[in-house]
Design a protein around this ligand. Structure first.
Ligand SMILES: Nc1ncnc2c1ncn2[C@@H]1O[C@H](COP(=O)(O)OP(=O)(O)OP(=O)(O)O)[C@@H](O)[C@H]1O
Ligand SMILES: [Mg+2]
Length: 359
């Protein structure tokens, strides 16, 4: 399969609201998806993910900016001339057509030879794990299977770019996990350039080569799942990627490979520091796995265990502190656990703490 890049240059989309007001759905967004890459647009409801995807598909025209597929400027080209396929949250299958005919639809429109269609349909159904389902009506399939048919229908026409808008939102949790792995496997196998929209960070982490975190129509950060989780560039991204506690911090000394900071008069030496800019205020960010509990100890954050939540292999302890409620994760069965109501100290694991620009 041919793989092409997708490029957005300073794309904005302004809708007219009912009161004649301007709704800036997408605000000066620029990014590049490399050939064969899997990139996810991640962000809260209303941040402009779907609008961005619809502009790439050609269902919306940008108010400003340019969209390129490969080298070609497609900004004002209609959807059917863009060589793109899209998979939606509501599978959008034709209910009166068999699974086989649903998948064959795009090929028939392209006047592909009958025998060739049969061959391609059966091979693509095998790829998505639905071998032999040709004659079934879509209504006789589970939600996950119907979404697989929608995926087969998108792939069979061999588009240059595949777009997904929350394709797994209608499925139950277990099926969603299964389908994630499936989508990743198929995308890698086919090597198709893919842009995926979700508000589910776990989904974004599992699937993507790179994640674009959006908020209020703007890009907050672009990076690998590891980068956006481990090196968030803002409190927004840090919190959106997972539970995190923030502590006020003073930076004392920046040395090669380490940064000395104080929190509550106690000095910590951070190893994996980010680049520190002079005029930026920072907070210290600690994820639940970067903290642990001890018996009350001078110089650490004092607190009291409010609630313990048992989750099989680990326990989440919610601890009341002067910095608000903090969640600490402890492996079940280890000595790190304390009863609800117990007075404790929260200790920061220096090697896992990160400096994050205060926004
Ligand atoms: N056709 C439209 N007319 C007016 N406003 C619109 C239109 N389409 C989207 N919007 C607004 O643009 C903003 C972004 O919407 P969009 O659908 O892109 O968000 P999203 O990130 O996909 O959200 P969700 O996760 O809820 O699907 C929202 O405030 C929305 O109300
Ligand atoms: Mg949406």
């Amino acid at each position: 399969m041919k793989s092409v890049s997708v490029t957005l240059k300073n794309i904005s989309k302004v809708f007219k609201g009912f009161e004649g007001n301007d709704i800036r759905a997408v605000d000066d967004v620029s990014f590049n998806v490399n050939p064969g890459e899997f990139v996810t647009l991640l962000g809260p409801s209303g941040c402009g993910k779907t609008t961005t995807l619809r502009m790439i598909a050609g269902f919306e025209t940008p108010t400003k900016g340019k969209i390129l597929i490969g080298e070609k400027d497609v900004t004002f080209i209609p959807p059917w001339k863009r060589d793109i396929a899209m998979v939606f949250q509501s599978y959008g299958l034709f209910p009166h057509m068999s699974v086989g005919n649903n998948v064959a639809y795009g090929l028939k429109m392209r006047k592909v030879d009958k025998n060739k269609i049969k061959e391609q349909v059966s091979s693509i159904l095998e790829l998505v794990g639905l071998k032999g389902f040709e004659h079934r009506p879509p209504s006789s399939l589970s939600g996950g299977q119907q979404q697989s048919v929608a995926l087969a229908r998108a792939l069979v026409v061999e588009p240059s770019v595949l777009l997904f808008d929350e394709p797994l939102s209608n499925l139950d949790v277990l099926l969603r996990e299964q389908m994630r792995v499936e989508i990743r496997r198929i995308q890698k196998k086919v090597g198709i350039t893919t842009l995926y929209v979700t508000h589910d960070r776990t989904e974004a982490m599992t699937l993507s080569d790179r994640i674009i975190v959006m908020n209020n129509g703007k890009i907050m950060q672009i990076g690998s799942p590891n980068e956006v989780y481990e090196k968030p560039n803002s409190k927004f991204v840090a919190s959106f990627m997972g539970k995190i506690a923030f502590f006020p911090v003073e930076i004392n000394a920046v040395e090669p490979g380490s940064i000395k900071v104080t929190i509550k008069g106690k000095e910590l030496i951070l190893k994996k520091g980010i680049k520190i800019s002079e005029n930026v205020k920072y907070v210290l960010g600690c994820r639940p796995e970067g903290l642990y509990l001890t018996a009350p100890k001078k110089g650490h954050i004092e607190g009291r265990v409010l609630t313990n939540v048992y989750l099989g292999n680990y326990v989440e302890s919610y601890v009341e502190t002067e910095f608000g409620e903090i969640m600490v994760k402890t492996e079940a069965g280890t000595s790190g656990g304390f009863e609800e109501g117990a007075a404790v100290s929260v200790v920061i694991k220096e090697e896992l703490a990160k400096l994050i620009p205060d926004d």
